[in-house]
Structures are given as structure tokens and as C-alpha cells.
Design a protein around this ligand. Structure first.
Ligand code: A2P
Length: 266
């Protein structure tokens, strides 16, 4: 559009081309864009992205939803009415330019966890984005025997991105190879609207229904590792449950049994 061509691209960012856009609901969409040759990241990390529609572009943190081996970069985003970035970002189309700062970072990475047998990935809403990256990374299945992805959303339709992703993991030949002999489980609940509504994952951990539904053993810090990504409230509540069960937070320079990252929404 004319709007995007009238400002020069800043020197410190990559300017990439959108290759596809998928709208899931009136609040959620995903898009893919070209990946710069020199850009390296670890599955689970985030970057700052913006649009070339202003002299000083607005940047927001976005988890990279694609795995480290992918030729393209994928993001899963909320649409915030009047949001400084998402108001415009939700209108992007194939061929448009998206700016990306050059340095990825984050704690939802294997380096921040000590070795274990099962990996739990707890998410709400767009908090599933970094896990879309992690569950497509062969390293995840080299390090763990079983990967358990959970997502809690308000509405059933908001679970579609995760459902399609997990379906793809089970049906795509390349993805079947990535998972190999290991196992990927998915537990999704819509708390407010939809045919089959259910409880928040925190409640399901507390009352044990999560483990009964999936027919797996309850959380055990000796063998289990966890990554959490959601709203501040969700992080706080989930961390408390993990800490009560003996889990300890890890970081890149001091690996532990769980790690957290806020889902970036505004
Ligand atoms: P609920 O509908 O019971 O509030 P939000 O958009 O507010 O971040 O919520 C996204 C999803 O996360 C909703 O399903 C919501 O459930 C759930 N949720 C909100 N707060 C928490 C929390 N503290 N712990 C677990 N899940 C939460």
C-alpha cells in the first residue's frame, strides 16, 4: 500500500515479506513471512516486530510460532481494537512488509530446562505460539519421551489454531518423523463458549482431571519439566501449582524444572 512505501526501512531491522495470512476468529490470526538468511533463533524464543507505516515504527514482542528449522517465520496474533500495532497488523496481506528486530530472546527454550522425561507446555490464548515452535522441533523429542500441550481459551473457535497444528503433526509425514517413536498429547478447553466447555487448566491440574483425561501420571518434578505461557494471572496461578509440587524456575544461565514467559498481548 502507499502507506507502507512512504517511510524508509530502519537500518537495524530485517524487512520481510508476508507469504500467507490465516484468520481464525475476529480476535485471532496467524501469518507467515520470509526468513532472512542470517537470522538464527532457538525454538520458543520471541522477537520484536513492527510495520513500516510510521517514521518511528511501533514494535511489540511476538513469540516465533515456527520451529528453528523452518524456511519461513510464523506468528500467531491477537487483534486488539485500537491496539498500536495489532490494529494495523491484522490488515496485512500477502506481499506486505513486516519489520523484525535482529535479536531473538526468551526463556521457553530447552537450554533453560534440566533433562527430564515428560515436557508439559501450559498455555492460554496466543500463549500457544512459542509451543507451536517447540512441538515442531526435533530436539524436543530427542530430549523428552512425551510432550503434553495444553491450551485454555474462552471460546472453542479460539482453539482451532492449536487443533490444526496438532492434527498436522499427526498426519504430515515429515512431522511424524520429527515426533518419531515419542508422543505428543494435546488437551484443550474452552472456558466460556462452545459445544464442550471445560475448566481452566489450573483447575484441571488441581483436581487431577487433566491427568485422568489424558490417562497419564500426575505431575512429578523428578521426571517432568514444564513451560508456561499465558496472561499474568495464568502464569501466577500455574507457577504456584508447580512450586507446591516441588518444581523450581529455570533460566538460560541456571536451568530448572520449569520456565515461564508472559504471552504478549497488547
Ligand atoms: P476464564 O474464561 O475462566 O477467565 P484471557 O483472555 O482473560 O487471558 O483468558 C484466556 C483464557 O485463559 C480463558 O479461558 C480464561 O478462563 C483463562 N484464564 C484466565 N485467567 C486464568 C488463570 N489465572 N489461570 C488459568 N487460566 C486462566
Amino acid at each position: 500500500t502507499a502507506e507502507t512505501e512512504s517511510f524508509p526501512i530502519p537500518a537495524n531491522v530485517f524487512a520481510e515479506t508476508v507469504t500467507s495470512v490465516t484468520h481464525y476468529t475476529d480476535r485471532l490470526f496467524a501469518f507467515r513471512m520470509t526468513r532472512p538468511q542470517s537470522f538464527r533463533f532457538r525454538s520458543g524464543e520471541f522477537v520484536m516486530i513492527g510495520l513500516p507505516n510510521a517514521e518511528k515504527p511501533v514494535y511489540r514482542a511476538y513469540s516465533i510460532a515456527s520451529p528453528a528449522w523452518d524456511e519461513e517465520i510464523e506468528f500467531f496474533s491477537i487483534k486488539v481494537p485500537g491496539g498500536p500495532l495489532t490494529e494495523h497488523l491484522q490488515k496485512i496481506q500477502e506481499g506486505d512488509t513486516v519489520l523484525m528486530r535482529k535479536k531473538p530472546t526468551g526463556t521457553l527454550v530447552h537450554d533453560a530446562l534440566i533433562p527430564g522425561k515428560r515436557l508439559f507446555l501450559f498455555s492460554t490464548g496466543t500463549g500457544i505460539a512459542p509451543f507451536a515452535s517447540v512441538i515442531r522441533d526435533p530436539e524436543t523429542y530427542e530430549k523428552f519421551d512425551q510432550v503434553i500441550l495444553t491450551q485454555t481459551c474462552r471460546e472453542d473457535s479460539e482453539l482451532e489454531y492449536g487443533r490444526q497444528l496438532v492434527d498436522h503433526m499427526k498426519t504430515d509425514e515429515l512431522m511424524q518423523e520429527v515426533v518419531g517413536e515419542k508422543e505428543l498429547l494435546f488437551h484443550a478447553t474452552a472456558t466460556q463458549k462452545g459445544e464442550v466447555t471445560g475448566d481452566r487448566v489450573t483447575k484441571l491440574i488441581e483436581n487431577g482431571k487433566l491427568f485422568i483425561d489424558l490417562a497419564i501420571a500426575p505431575l512429578d518434578p523428578a521426571n517432568d519439566r514444564a513451560m508456561i505461557c499465558g496472561s499474568m494471572a495464568m502464569l501466577k496461578d500455574t507457577e504456584k501449582l508447580l512450586q507446591e509440587r516441588g518444581f523450581e524456575e529455570g533460566a538460560n544461565n541456571a536451568p530448572g524444572t520449569y520456565v515461564v514467559e508472559r504471552a504478549f498481548v497488547d
